[in-house]
Design a protein around this ligand. Structure first.
Ligand code: HEM
Length: 452
C-alpha cells in the first residue's frame, strides 16, 4: 500500500521535476539572478530558452555544429521558434565564459604597439620580404610529393614565419614544441569549460600553462643576454618587453607572456585555415582561378625579381577580392563575445550586467538579406563598396582584429606564388567540413600539386 502511494507521488511529481529541469536556467539566471543584478529590479529579458542545468544550451549548439554540420541552423532554429523580432535571444553557452584581457588605456597602448609592429605599411613591407622565401621553397618541395595535406604543410610554413618574426625562434624541435602547445590551446577555444583531466578544456589549459612557461624561459634568457650582449634581439617579444606607459612603467612579466601568447594564438591558425579554404574554392571555381592567375601573371611579367612587395600585392584588386570573399565564407571566427559592464536596454529588453553578449558574426555573412546566394563563392560581389556592417570577419570596434592587414597580405602573397607557378587538384572534392573549434575541411585539404 505504502509502496503504491509512494509510486503515485513520484509519478505525479515527474512532470514538475521535468518542468523544473527544463526551465531551471531560465528561472535561476533569467529571473532570480537577472533581477538581483539589475539595478532597477525590473528586467524584461530577450526571448529564448537557457536550456538545462549546467549544460545550458550546449547540447543544441553541438547538435547543429558538430552532428548535423549545419551551424547556421543553430541561430535559425531560434529565429523560427521566437521570431526575427529584435534578432537577439537569451541562451546559456559554454558554462560561464571568462574573458582575460586588458582594457581601457593599457589596451589602447598595447594595440597601437602591436599594430605598428605587424599591421602598418612599414611593418608589412618588411614582413612581406621576410615571409616569401619560405612560401616559395615550400611550394617547390610539395611538387616532389605524390600528395600533400595542405593545411598541415601550410601550418608549418606559417608558423616558421611568425615564430621567427614575432619571437625569433628558429625552425626545429623548440618551435615544434611550441606549435604543439598552441594547437592544444586552440582545440579548447569552443570547448565546454570542464577543468577535469581527460576533457579538451583541461588539456587546453595545460597547454596554455606550458606555453607561458616556454615564454617565461625565453624572457629570462633574454634579460640575462641583454645584460651581456651589445646587440639584443629586436622582435615583437622584445618590443613588448620594452614598451612603456606615460609614467615610464614597463609591462609586467605576466602581461608580456599573456600578450605574446595571445598574438601568436590569434595569428597561428587563422590565416592558414583561410588559405586552405582559398585553395579549395579556387579549385572548385576555375573561372575565378583563371582571373586571379591572369592578374598575378601580369604583375610577375613586369618584374625581374621573384619577391613581390606588400604595396604591389595589396594593389591587386581581383586578388584582394578573392581573399576577402574567402575570409567571408570561411567564417573562422563564428562569433565574438563581449561582457555587459552595466545593465543596458536594447529595444525594450534588458541585458543585465555581467552577462555575455555573443555577437553571431557567421550570421552576418550567411544571411541572404545581406548577400545574394550567400554560400556561393563570388569575388565579384566585392565590386563597388561593401557595407561595413555586412563584413565583420575581423570583428568591429575597439577590439577589431589588429592583424587584419597582415592576414590579408599573407594570404594574397601565397596566392600570388601559387597561381603563377602551380596547378593543383583536390584529392577529395567532397570532403566533409567540421565547424569546431572553427570551420575546417575534415581531410585537411589533400591535394596533388605540380608546376604549371
Ligand atoms: C583571416 C585571419 C584572421 C581573422 C578572420 C581574424 C579575426 C579576428 C576577430 C574576429 C577578432 C576579434 C575582434 C573582436 O572582438 O571584435 C580578432 C582579434 C585579434 N586578432 Fe585576428 N584574425 C585573423 C588574423 C590575425 C592575425 C594574423 C593576427 C596577428 C598575428 C591577429 C591578431 C589578433 C589580435 C591580437 C586580436 C585581439 C585584438 C584586441 O583585443 O584588441 N589576427 N581577430
Amino acid at each position: 500500500m505504502a509502496v503504491g502511494l509512494w509510486s503515485t507521488v513520484v509519478i505525479g511529481l515527474l512532470p514538475l521535476v521535468g518542468w523544473l529541469f527544463w526551465w531551471w536556467n531560465d528561472v535561476w539566471y533569467g529571473l532570480v539572478m537577472a533581477t538581483l543584478r539589475s539595478s532597477k529590479g525590473d528586467t524584461k529579458l530577450p526571448p529564448g530558452n537557457m536550456g538545462l542545468p549546467i549544460l545550458g544550451d550546449t547540447i543544441s549548439f553541438l547538435w547543429y555544429f558538430k552532428f548535423l554540420r549545419r551551424p547556421d541552423d543553430y541561430i535559425n532554429s531560434k529565429r523560427h521558434k521566437y521570431g526575427d523580432g529584435i534578432g537577439m535571444y537569451k541562451t546559456h553557452l559554454f558554462g560561464k565564459t571568462s574573458l582575460a584581457g586588458v582594457h581601457g588605456k593599457a589596451h589602447l597602448r598595447l594595440r597601437s604597439f602591436v599594430s605598428r609592429s605587424i599591421n602598418q605599411p612599414d611593418a608589412l613591407r618588411q614582413i612581406a620580404l621576410a615571409m616569401q622565401p619560405r612560401m616559395i621553397s615550400a611550394l617547390q618541395s610539395w611538387t616532389k610529393c605524390r600528395k600533400i595535406t595542405f593545411y598541415d604543410e601550410m601550418k608549418k610554413v606559417s608558423f616558421e614565419n611568425i615564430g621567427m618574426y614575432f619571437a625569433s625562434i628558429k625552425p626545429g624541435a623548440t618551435l615544434d614544441r611550441l606549435k604543439k602547445y598552441l594547437a592544444g590551446v586552440v582545440s579548447g577555444f569552443r570547448a565546454y569549460p570542464l577543468n577535469i583531466p581527460g576533457f579538451t578544456f583541461y588539456h587546453a589549459l595545460q597547454c596554455r600553462r606550458k606555453t607561458q612557461e616556454f615564454f617565461r624561459e625565453e624572457l629570462d634568457k633574454r634579460r640575462k643576454n641583454n645584460g651581456e650582449n651589445d646587440q639584443p634581439i629586436q622582435d615583437l617579444m622584445d618590443g613588448l618587453m620594452n614598451i612603456k606607459d606615460e609614467d615610464g612603467n614597463h609591462l609586467s612579466d605576466t602581461e608580456v607572456l599573456d600578450n605574446i601568447t595571445g598574438i601568436l594564438l590569434a595569428g597561428f591558425e587563422s590565416t592558414v585555415v583561410v588559405t586552405t579554404w582559398a585553395l579549395y574554392y579556387l579549385a572548385k571555381y576555375p573561372n575565378v582561378l583563371q582571373k586571379l592567375r591572369e592578374e598575378n601573371l601580369s604583375l610577375k611579367s613586369n618584374k625581374s625579381e621573384l619577391l613581390v612587395t606588400s604595396d604591389e600585392i595589396l594593389k591587386l584588386e581581383y586578388t584582394m577580392k578573392v581573399v576577402d570573399e574567402t575570409i567571408r565564407l570561411a567564417n573562422i571566427a563564428g562569433f565574438v563575445v563581449r561582457v555587459a559592464t552595466k545593465d543596458f536596454e536594447y529595444q525594450g529588453y534588458t541585458i543585465p550586467k555581467g552577462w555575455n553578449v555573443i555577437v553571431w558574426l557567421r550570421n552576418v555573412h550567411t544571411d541572404p538579406k545581406n548577400f545574394d546566394h550567400p554560400l556561393c563563392f563570388d569575388p565579384d560581389r566585392w565590386n563597388g563598396s561593401m557595407l561595413p556592417e555586412n563584413f565583420q570577419a575581423f570583428g568591429a570596434g575597439p577590439r577589431i582584429c589588429v592583424g587584419n592587414m597582415l592576414a590579408r597580405l599573407q594570404i594574397a602573397m601565397f596566392l600570388h606564388h601559387l597561381s603563377t607557378g602551380y596547378k593543383w587538384q583536390l584529392v577529395n572534392p567532397d570532403a566533409k567540413v567540421k565547424y569546431l573549434p572553427h570551420s575546417k575541411l575534415e581531410d585537411g585539404l589533400e591535394i596533388t600539386i605540380e608546376k604549371l
